[in-house]
Design a protein around this ligand. Structure first.
Ligand code: SGN
Ligand code: CA
Length: 538
């Protein structure tokens, strides 16, 4: 019944979008825009406290904004693997950033390609290997560089280009649309930004504006992590304690030495030298120094008198200036690509998706980075425009996941998804057909530990009202949050007698979800064993 309804709907959509008297179905193009570590807090369609992103916002103004989009495993490469396979990490095998993606997995672009779609990918993939099923790709090796980046390309091998990565990825995307796109074929185009990933380097044209701004501090910037378990206390994501002075806050290594500031990590000064001093051309570095030297000089004078609290505030501002500054070029790029779709007459038959590989902490709980099931990292931005199907300016409150993209895109293309994909097509939500949607909980599982930032392994269930998580491996701790009463997630009520029933119910639902998604203690152990085999743990 469900499939039949979809099929009828699909035909309806295709005939809506096909032009003139032509009745043959015309599957829509798909433009998938994803940035790296772009927090929803830094998109003005979600919140205008930090910055304006008018171009990204356009997608929601002309389409749908998802207020409860989330990931299944809040870290880069695993998120991308979930997106491409439509399967949880424990099934597709890409549990962390360490091990390469298993290319025997079937990905939705391969299926689209087999079904007549022209496919292209530009920007960051971070898989440790090349994407399959693409007619064209130019991808950053690993994390990639902000300035003068290298790309692994399908036809030209490794190339190095001079310029700013965000702009280069935008140009590649536009060039492909203008000169490689085949008329008469639908396309799937992945436009994947590296920004605003650490170390948050803005484009030269944004240096001045953003370094002169002051941003409001989040209420939990000075969090002491009381009321939660050991995972929050032991995580190494604190702006004051764990952020690099040179690499992240852009204090010159020689100034750190003069002030007696010890590097935070062993790559602290190396990050500055490799990404800025040795990476930029002479002109780029001169432009950088012109703006950043006075900041460093001002800090040099004030540092000896600064209290811990002042230092925390200073580091927060420094962080936001560069992080948000690096988003400015992403927003401009998105605007250029959207404009081109209009110009070329493609906008009406192209679904545009904007998302991030996960959320990110912008000082909430004193943190940067992600990984946790807690809201800022668990939730991810999602904006979708689909002219003729999605009503303009709509907001969706349903819990959707990055797990759902594969089946969604296959559904819009009128292709039946493989039975072992684990998400749900979002088409019913996009078309306002709410009765076909009945999800009331999502499953989450994070693995990369021990590793940078030291966020413990955990899995959990999230409903609109509650969040239950189990931290395991070197601890055995449960946390329960009342999302309505405690939206900042400061009080673990797992042992509060008032929540005895809720707790029992959530445990049962979590067991069901683990079974439904085929996760298990055996698999938890198997993925720990993998770390043993690699000598990461004993
Ligand atoms: C790097 C970053 C980390 C970040 C991971 C994963 N350090 O190791 O802060 O958590 O990438 O990021 S850095 O100093 O090298 O930038 S992810 O987006 O690829 O998952
Ligand atoms: Ca990321």
């Amino acid at each position: 019944m469900k499939t039949l309804a979809r099929l009828v709907f699909g035909i309806f959509v295709f005939s809506l979008t096909s032009c003139g008297g032509d009745t043959s179905p015309e599957p829509p193009n798909i433009l998938f825009i994803m940035s790296d570590d772009h927090a929803y807090q830094a998109i003005s369609a979600y919140s205008d406290k930090l910055m304006e992103t008018p171009n990204i916002d356009r997608i929601a103004e002309e389409g749908m904004l998802f207020n409860n989009a989330c990931v299944t495993n809040s870290i880069c490469a695993p998120s991308r693997a979930v997106i491409l396979t439509g399967k949880h990490s424990h099934i597709n095998g890409k549990i962390d950033n360490r091990f390469p993606f298993d290319t025997t997995n079937v990905t939705f672009p391969q299926i689209l390609h087999e079904n007549g779609y022209q496919t292209a990918m530009f920007g960051k993939l971070h898989f440790g290997n090349n994407p399959k099923g693409f007619d064209q790709f130019k991808i950053l090796p690993g994390q990639g560089n902000y300035y003068n980046p290298d790309f692994n390309t399908k036809y030209e091998g490794r190339i190095t280009l001079e310029g700013y990565t965000t702009d280069i990825i935008t140009e590649m995307t536009l060039d492909w649309l203008k000169s490689e796109r085949e008329e008469g074929k639908p396309f799937f185009l992945a436009y994947l930004h590296k920004a605003p990933h650490r170390e948050w380097l803005p484009a030269e044209r944004h240096f001045k504006e953003y370094t002169q701004k002051t941003f409001p501090e989040p209420p939990t910037l000075f969090d002491d992590y009381e009321g939660r378990g050991s995972a929050a206390k032991e995580a190494e994501m604190n702006l004051l304690k764990h952020m690099n002075w040179a690499g992240d806050s852009k204090i010159k290594p020689e100034v750190m030495e003069e002030l007696g500031i010890a590097p935070t990590a062993d790559w602290d000064t190396r990050a500055y030298i490799n990404n800025i001093r040795n990476r930029m051309t002479e002109e780029q570095l001169a432009a950088w120094n012109e703006v950043y030297d006075p900041i460093v000089e001002d800090f040099r004078e004030r540092y000896p008198e600064m209290s811990e609290k002042e230092l925390m505030s200073w580091r927060y501002q420094r962080y936001m200036q560069d992080y948000l500054g690096s988003i400015a070029a992403v927003d401009e790029g998105v605007g250029q690509v959207l404009d081109y779709l209009e110009e070329a007459g493609l906008a009406d038959n192209t679904i545009v998706v904007y998302t991030s590989d996960q959320g990110f902490y912008l000082g909430e709980h004193g943190w940067f980075d992600k990984r946790f099931i807690y809201d800022e990292s668990f939730k991810t931005p999602l904006l979708i425009r689909w002219p003729g199907v999605v009503e303009q300016g709509t907001v969706c409150e349903e819990m959707v996941q990055n797990l759902d993209f594969a089946q969604t895109f296959l559904d819009v293309a009128g292709i039946e998804a493989p039975g072992d994909m684990q998400g749900e097509s979002l088409v019913p939500l996009l078309s306002g057909n709410m009765s076909e949607w009945d999800r009331d909980a999502v499953y989450y599982h994070y693995y990369e530990y021990p590793a940078v930032h030291m966020v413990k392994r955990h899995y959990g269930i999230v409903t609109t009202e509650y969040k239950l998580a189990h931290f395991y491996y070197d601890v055995d701790e449960w946390e329960l949050y009342d999302r309505k009463k405690d939206p900042l997630e400061l009080n673990n009520v797992y042992d509060d007698p008032a929540y005895t029933d809720v707790r029992a119910e959530l445990h049962a639902r979590l067991d069901e979800l683990r079974e439904y998604y085929k996760d298990s203690e055996e698999l938890d152990e198997l993925y720990i064993e993998k770390y043993r085999e690699q000598g990461i743990i004993e």
